[in-house]
Design a protein around this ligand. Structure first.
Ligand SMILES: Cc1ncc(COP(=O)(O)O)c(C=O)c1O
Length: 392
């Protein structure tokens, strides 16, 4: 059983706000804030480069904690500024040729889709969307039927930005593995929320972020690259961290620095490591169980409000709850809630264009719960939303 009181005692923000925007950026627990602030104080007192040496254990600890969280060892994890850049390092590093096929999913994140279309425009790859099952999750049988020798990548999200849908990643990984196709998993919304084991999933590449369900600071992302595929991915941007540079030659590194930059936000990385350790100490299994219970409560409560319809897809759903509003503009409703110190976000058609266009939804309120939230907070939101909608 998760100790919710302890989680809330650790989270100073719960005193000031009802925070239901964890899929945007979660409230950081106090130990995470302390890790960042302590690191900055050390830099201010001793110097940035000197602090990097003195705090080397904090930095290596961050790689170790995130590796443990996804079931790998720290040599396979590279850090970046955000999840998109981490994902880009893998995607743009692939050896694309005209006619290569990329198989993706209806709910893929807009930045990933942008990169697919960019490489399509420049190189002539084909971007193909695997159909969904009736529930809205990726249809694994349809994926398998689409596979041939020209499929160069399967790239999907674990949970999209615009709904609580959980895609069947282990079955997708099985198809990828059986056909020897690289599998790039966008786990931006699920690291810290759902138990993840890259070996059990069978993904070769996985990207994630610090600030969402891990509850770390903003400005840190990471990339897992399976050792077997590392040499096939060429860093798309080369500098002295990604390569050994001589006067007339470069040699790309074959360790995790291959996908990193030399300069990093070390204070944020210290906080990221603390967040990953904090999540491990609580346990992702109980976190996932509590998030699902809270999300189910949110779907029931919000779905019964006149003028609000829950729109999440999937057989298995997690902490993101999306609500379409009839006759009300989601941004003004979000702002009205914010004035009452209740944080939710708006997910628009531009964040997951294929899915939102085919469902003809222009925007939804996104309510995203984490383990430290309570049913009382959800009820407070429901009451406020009901009032705002009925006063229109
Ligand atoms: C599913 C998904 N993938 C990728 C991203 C991008 O993450 P970042 O903003 O850290 O680049 C997001 C951000 O909302 C997301 O929801």
């Amino acid at each position: 059983m998760i100790d919710v009181d302890r989680l809330r005692l650790d989270t100073p923000g719960v005193e000031t706000v009802t925070h239901l925007n964890n899929a945007g950026a979660a409230l950081m627990p106090a130990p995470v804030v302390d890790a960042v602030v302590d690191y900055l104080h050390h830099e201010a007192a001793h110097g940035g480069y000197e602090t990097r040496d003195a705090m080397a254990h904090r930095i290596s600890g961050a790689y170790e904690a995130v590796a443990e969280l996804i079931g790998t060892d720290s040599s396979t994890v590279s850090l970046s500024d955000n999840a998109t850049r981490a994902w880009d390092m893998a995607f743009y590093g692939m050896p694309w040729s005209a006619g290569d096929r990329i198989l993706t999913t209806t709910s893929e994140y807009a930045s990933n889709l942008a990169a697919f279309l960019d490489v399509r425009n420049r190189v002539g790859v084909r971007v193909e969307v695997v159909p969904d099952t009736a529930s809205g999750a990726l249809d694994v049988a349809a994926l398998e039927a689409m596979v041939d020798e020209r499929v160069a990548l399967i790239a999907v999200n674990h949970m999209p930005t615009n709904g609580g849908l959980v895609n069947p990643v282990t079955e997708i990984g099985r198809v990828a593995g059986e056909h020897g196709i690289p599998f790039l998993l966008d786990a931006c919304q699920t690291v810290g929320q759902i138990p993840i084991d890259v070996g059990a999933i069978g993904c070769d590449l996985l990207s994630g972020t610090s600030r969402k369900y891990l509850r770390g600071p903003r400005g840190v992302g990471f990339l897992y690259v399976a050792p077997e595929i590392r040499e096939r991915i060429r860093p798309p941007l080369v500098e002295l961290e990604t390569a050994d540079v001589g006067p007339h030659s470069i040699e790309l590194r074959s360790d995790r620095r291959r996908f990193e930059t030399w300069e990093k936000n070390y204070a944020a990385i210290a906080g990221f490591g603390s967040a990953a350790r904090y999540a491990l100490d609580i346990g992702i299994d109980p976190i996932w169980q509590r998030i699902r219970e809270l999300a189910a409560h949110a779907r029931r409560t919000l779905g019964s409000i006149p003028g609000a319809s829950v729109r999440d897809l999937g057989d298995v759903t997690g902490g993101i709850v999306t609500v379409e509003l009839q006759g009300a503009d989601a941004t003004s409703v979000r702002n009205a809630l914010r004035r009452r110190a209740i944080n939710v976000s708006v997910t628009g058609a531009s964040s997951a264009p294929i899915d939102m266009n085919r469902r003809e939804i222009s925007e939804m309120l996104r309510v995203s719960v984490h383990a430290y939230n309570t049913t009382g907070e959800i009820d407070l939101l429901a009451q406020a939303l009901d009032e705002i909608l009925s006063n229109r």
